[in-house]
Design a protein around this ligand. Structure first.
Ligand code: ATP
Ligand code: MG
Length: 566
């Protein structure tokens, strides 16, 4: 509790970029609050996989601790044994690590504190501040009243401490069925804040808990656990989303009963991350997994962190995006295109540029010697010379994109047409001499000639051409499965349709699978490796790939085609 924060130069240098949370933290540091300790926590409920919204919370929780030389705990909020699974715990840990954060040895569970919380409940009862209510939950709900109408006092509110103690202990001994009794805090049934109207703090659940087994028959409500867990762990800044603002007086009330010295956690709320065309609630994501709308939690169309990873998004791009939208006190809907912009910006610098043809048209270079293969040097990324270069094979037959040829091209079409010239990237200038059609009139093959003096890097041809095309050598190309993704939903504002189910807005064409050809070096790619396929987009290798078949996911097209569609 008395660790001093490490010196951190950033504190004074970065004033301009402070978000309001950091402004508060710095003020607390200046005032020497909590002996100038900074201790945060990330408190996921292990009832689903993490999504990009959680990344916003993770970034402020871990990021604040990092920035001010403090600590951040990982605390699983496992107060509901019915919905929680070990699979989720493992995935949550993997996703936080993927983002680049670490909780060191501080992996905690709300269930670690079940004993202390139970004892605290006993204290509240002894002090006349909690009582057992025998009424069913529907009656309790009705008696709560409305924000403008005070609640009705329960007939059990004035039970003696002795009777309450006896009943509560018997609830925990398994003497009563689920739903028959609850423990409520005795606060104020007329409070304008509904959360203060004698909230339920314990309920009976007959379900084994993943960590405590059958030890407990009563389980604390989230609202009774959360603030106290922060207190038990010495959390100084408890950062959470805006919907918890109205719960804060209740958390404070509990802490008031617990406090023994000056220390208390300070809760600060910020706005949630909401994205256009995206559902973010774990309940809805689970529904999509269960209904088979997607292939799993890590389907590349999911907003889960493991889905985004599989799609090819990088942790850096997610962090940049989150920093660009910032932390405020106002709910907002963020444009998915902004996230894609951050991904493009990041991959532009990191992803090697390779040749891949997604919709192949065969080109025969009639004056190129049969049986000859040349290795041509090409640079890996013009944005970063340190990424070096590689050789790619060139031969008499190559594939180009079907859309790079037009039989009757308009004026400004700088790609191939009858009699026109283009450069094949890192190779030669070719001229289209002829083309073949099948009986339906579809173009099936181009016949071109090349200028042997025009090789890239050693061009003495004196020719100037306007277009450069990507290509792969037919002889060397590796046939691959290419998965092209589109938005999972067709409506930008899914929450705007209260009366209609979100499933009605699923985009039936969110996945298109095609076959393409990639340059041979990509046979060495490892799952999750990033590439820019020249002129078409960013792609990565999917873990479904095998020796027999490479599978690529399109992370994002090179340009934002979506915004233009609207
Ligand atoms: P969901 O509503 O998606 O089921 P949740 O809030 O129930 O999520 P928790 O596991 O309780 O999920 O969340 C852990 C932390 O992540 C909380 O502090 C919560 O405020 C934060 N969080 C959840 N969703 C978002 C979001 N969209 N934007 C920012 N923070 C979020
Ligand atoms: Mg929650």
């Amino acid at each position: 509790m008395s660790d001093k924060p490490k010196e951190n130069k950033n504190v004074t240098n970065e004033r301009k970029s402070l978000n309001f949370i950091h402004t508060i933290v710095e003020q607390d540091l200046r005032e020497g609050k909590n002996s100038s300790r900074i201790h945060t926590r990330f408190p996921p409920e292990p009832n689903g996989y993490l999504h990009i919204g959680h990344a916003k919370a993770i970034q402020i929780d871990f990021g604040t601790a990092e920035k001010y030389g403090g600590k951040c705990n990982l605390r699983f909020d496992d107060t509901n044994p019915v919905k929680e699974e070990v699979e989720y715990i493992d995935s949550i840990k993997a996703d936080i690590h993927w983002l680049g954060y670490d909780w060191e040895e501080r992996e905690f569970y709300a269930s670690d504190y079940f004993g202390r919380l139970y004892d605290f409940a006993l204290d509240l009862i002894k002090n006349g501040l909690a009582y057992v209510d025998d009424q069913p939950s529907e009656i309790i709900a009705v008696q709560k009243g409305t924000p403008s109408v005070p609640g009705t006092v329960s007939p059990y509110r004035n039970r003696s401490a002795g009777e309450n103690l006896d009943l509560f202990q018997r609830m925990n001994a398994g003497e009563f069925p689920e739903g028959s009794r609850v423990l409520r805090a005795k606060i104020d049934m007329a409070s304008p804040n509904m959360h203060m109207r004698d909230p339920v703090i314990y309920r009976i659940i007959n379900h084994p808990h993943h960590r405590t087994g059958n030890t407990w028959k009563v389980y604390p409500m989230y609202d009774f656990a959360h603030g106290q867990c922060d207190y038990f762990e010495g959390i100084t800044h408890s950062l959470c989303t805006l919907e918890f603002e109205v719960h804060r007086p209740l958390y404070d009330w509990f802490i008031d009963q617990l406090m023994t010295d000056e220390y208390r956690p300070r809760q600060i709320e910020f706005n949630r991350l909401n994205l256009t065309y995206t559902v973010m609630s774990k309940r809805k994501l689970l529904q999509m997994v269960r209904n088979g709308v997607v292939k799993g939690w890590d389907d590349p169309r999911m907003p889960t962190l493991c889905g985004l990873k599989r799609r090819g998004y990088t942790p850096d791009s997610i962090k940049k995006f989150i920093n660009s939208i910032g932390y405020t006190k106002f709910e907002a809907l963020n444009d998915f295109s902004l996230l894609e912009f951050a991904v493009r910006e990041d991959l532009n610098k990191k992803a090697p540029r390779v040749m891949a043809v997604l919709d192949p048209l065969k080109v025969v270079i009639t004056n190129y010697p049969e049986g000859r293969t040349e290795q041509l040097e090409t640079i890996n990324n013009p944005e970063d010379p340190s990424m070096g270069s590689r050789n790619i094979p060139f031969s008499r037959e190559v594939y180009i994109e079907r859309s790079d040829f037009m039989e009757d091209p308009p004026k400004k079409f700088f790609r191939l047409g009858p009699g026109t010239e283009v450069r094949l990237k890192s190779a030669y200038i070719i001229k289209c001499e002829d083309y073949l059609k099948d009986k339906n009139g579809n173009i099936i093959e181009l016949h071109c000639t090349y200028d042997e003096n025009s090789r890239s890097g050693a061009d003495t041809s004196g020719k100037k051409v306007k277009g450069t095309l990507h290509w792969v050598s037919v002889l060397h190309a590796v046939r691959s499965e290419i998965r092209l993704y589109d938005r999972l939903f067709m409506d930008p504002e899914l929450d705007g349709h209260k009366e209609r189910d979100f499933m009605e807005f699923i985009n039936p064409d969110s996945l298109k699978v095609i076959e393409g050809f990639v340059e041979p070096g990509l046979a060495e790619a490892k799952p999750f490796d990033h590439y820019q396929f020249q002129r078409t987009g960013y792609f990565n290798l999917d873990p479904d790939s095998s020796r027999e078949k490479l599978v690529f996911n399109r992370t994002v097209p090179l340009r934002d085609t979506w915004s233009k569609k609207k």
